[in-house]
Design a protein around this ligand. Structure first.
Ligand code: GLN
Length: 198
């Protein structure tokens, strides 16, 4: 059985634990380097990316995690977690850090103040069956991606809609929150990525 960590400094951790366990993984919380060293892959949850960046630095986890990601540990970021994986952040804070795991430009709070949250059913490249119920909460979107980044979904299912799900090698990110609700197809996909099956 694979062991998947959830970065547990801040954000919606418990929902990911449940989704991962129901996807057949062992889920553990990660707050220190010894815990990080014991996982096969890591979820970076939603929350607030500037706070998460500060906490990673003050807990001494930023550099060890950066190295694990650079060495190829599978990683999946949702919402604030997507921002943490980007090479470039728009509308961020000047001192905000990120892991540059996915060659993409991400805009924070991109859907605007008037749309703090919304939900829509999205077709996801690589996920079979019915469209995925995607919940967006003060979500970022992706404004551009590098050549090695695969776009998995766009808002509105429109060919030119904002990019809201991506994968690059062993790193995946979604603007939305698949841990909310009861559809674990993203968590199942991530567990299969860790097993080398997807
Ligand atoms: N707006 C938040 C940020 O900038 C992300 C929101 C979320 O993760 N639900 O980090």
């Amino acid at each position: 059985m694979v062991t998947v960590g959830i970065l547990a400094l801040q954000g919606d951790v418990a929902e990911h634990v449940r989704a991962l366990e129901e996807s057949g993984a062992r889920a553990v919380l990660v707050r220190r380097q010894s815990e990080l060293d014991a996982v096969d892959g890591l979820v970076i949850p939603g929350g607030e990316s500037t706070t998460m960046s500060n906490l990673l630095l003050s807990f001494g986890l930023f550099d060890p995690l950066s190295k694990k990601i650079a060495d190829g540990m599978p990683v999946y970021g949702t919402c604030a977690g997507m921002i943490m994986l980007a090479t470039h952040i728009l509308d961020g804070r000047d001192d905000q850090r990120s892991f540059a795991a996915i060659d993409m430009v991400v805009r924070r709070n991109a859907f605007g103040r008037q749309v703090d949250s919304y939900e829509e059913d999205l077709f996801i490249d690589g996920i079979e069956g019915a469209p995925f119920p995607a919940v967006f909460l003060r979500a970022p979107w992706v404004e551009s991606v590098g050549n090695d980044v695969k776009v998995l979904a766009r808002a509105g299912n429109l060919p030119d809609g904002p990019i809201v799900a991506v994968r690059s090698g062993q790193a995946m990110a979604t603007s939305f929150h698949p841990e909310i609700g009861s559809d674990w197809r993203f968590h199942d996909l991530f567990v299969r990525m860790i097993r080398g099956e997807a």
